[in-house]
Structure formats: C-alpha cells, structure tokens
Design a binder for this molecule. Sequence first.
Ligand code: CO
Ligand code: ZN
Length: 339
Amino acid sequence: MDIELIRSLVEAWGPSGRESRVRTVIEGYLSGLVDEVRVDRLGNLIALKRATLRPPAGAAPLRVMLSAHMDEIGLVVSHVDDKGFIRFTNVGYLPPQSLVGNRVVFENGVVGAIQVEKGVRAWEGALKMNNLFIDVGASDAASAPVKVGDMGALAGSLVCQGDRLIAKSMDDRIGCAVILQALRQLKRTPHDVYAVFSVQEEVGLRGARTSAYAINPDIGIAIDVTLTGDFPEAAPMSVALGKGAAIKVQDSSVIADPRLRALMVQRAKEARIPYQLEVLTAGGTDTAAIQMTREGVPAGCISIPTRYVHSISEMVDINDVQACADLLTAILSKPIDLG
Ligand code: CO
Ligand code: ZN
C-alpha cells in the first residue's frame, strides 16, 4: 500500500457536501489509471475504466459500479454568542462524547477547541450536542472568524505505528484508497468498471443514489469501513483488525446479494486472500443505495475493519487494507456470473 496516498486522502478536509478538496486529491491519483473521468451535478467523481478483455461473442461487458464515499462526518455552526463562542450541530452521526477536548478545523483554516459546559457529566450518557461549544479564541460575535453556516471537520493527521494506522477520516477515505490501489493493480478486466467516489454518504447515501441511477450498473460493490468486536467491552462481533478483508453479509441498510457475497468468498479463497464475514447490527453504506436503484441491482460490499468509527482516532490495519484491494482486484479481473 502507498502510505502517501493514504495520508493525502485522510488529511484532506471534506465534510458532507464539501468534498471538493478530496475530489481534487483523487483526480490527481486517477490520471493514467482510467479512460474517462467526470463530475456529476451533486459532485460525485465518476471514473470509467473500460473492459480490456473481450466478452463472449455478442455479449456486452457488464457495468460494474464501485463506490467509496469522499465525505467525512463534520459539524456546522448554528450560533455564535456575544462572547464569540460557537454552538453547532452535527453533519452525519457524531457521538458528542467523542468530541470533547478535540479540535475542529473550518473550511477557512480556523481551528477551534471543542469543550463542554461546566457541570455536564460527559461520560454518563447525558451529553448532548448542545452542551458543547467551540472556542476559536474570539472575544465577540462580530470578530469571530467563523459564521453561522460554516462547516467544520475534526482535525488530526495520519499516524502510522507498525501495521496500524490512525486517522480522523478512515471512514471512508481508506475505501477511496482501496479503489485507487485496485485500479493500480488491475491489469485486465472483462468489465466496464465505474469507480464512483461519492458525496454525502454520511447524511443518507445521497451521492451513491444519483450516480447509480446515471450509471445503471449490472453489479454494485461498495467499499466502506465496518466496526470490529476486538476491543475492551466491544459489542460482540466477529470482525477483528488484522484478520483480513470483511465481506458484508448485512448491515441495517442492506442484505448483500447472496450470490455476489458467495463469489467474493470464492475469489478470496482462490487468491488466498484473508477474509472474514461481516454482520453489522447498525450502520449503512452506499451498497443499499445502489441495490435499490431503478429495478434493483445485485450489490455487495467489501469492508475495511476499523476500530472507533466516527471518532478522531479511527484505526485500521494496513494488511487488511491491502487484502481489500487484492480482493477487489481479483473480483474485477474475472467474469462475474451470478447465474
Ligand atoms: Co461513516
Ligand atoms: Zn462510511
């Protein structure tokens, strides 16, 4: 895996609806890898790599849509008080307790400290977003460098320790990295591969919905993070860091197409790629939006096991990331026959 590629993706600023800086990073990496690149009306980046292997006589190549979302969870300023303290609400699911003491960076580069009102006990489940405020060092509303409507994202740089990587927005920049790595590795494919880097996933799978409508794919594969059950008092779950690519069975938004899931398992076994099966009891992914497009699309998901999703310290294992890229490459390299 290319650590500098991962670094430039996870350190880019891009909460939902403000993905343009991430898009610019990805466009740079796409050059030379694909045949066409376009940006649709919502801001999705859609890259097409045309089939290089001839399908059986008379058959057209399958349109295979990949999707990884560019947006990260963020927040938006809802009020600036007389003393210049900022109140905000979340953009995407953001647990309030994960914010206290962290930093936020706004689009214009202003950094603020997120703090909690005195007397509110942060760790007893009672903490609400409106108990929190942001201090940007301003002394009154007029001089505050941030205004109502401005969006922010958590501030933090990539940390690499052995095989483990920590960053603010593994969800889902690491999925974007997996697609780019698979495109680099993909020598030949019998499919027209549409790699979508989607917008606004964290607020309701919005970009995947419109891009899937436009592409009208035969097969959909999302790439996103999933939770793990391998840290103290974690909810029981059979996904762990370092045990390979996770092949989604279901989450609360989707039941992966069982034929496509079986094909993913078969390709993993053939190529000796470590894998684990994922049953996630919460959360949703672009998989669901693709599956429900038009008359329905067989869709599945390759997940990167990630600890502490939607915190400033999302952690992945580099070997799992590589396994996900290898599995995606193996799937795209061969014909897909769902019978
Ligand atoms: Co997410
Ligand atoms: Zn995600």
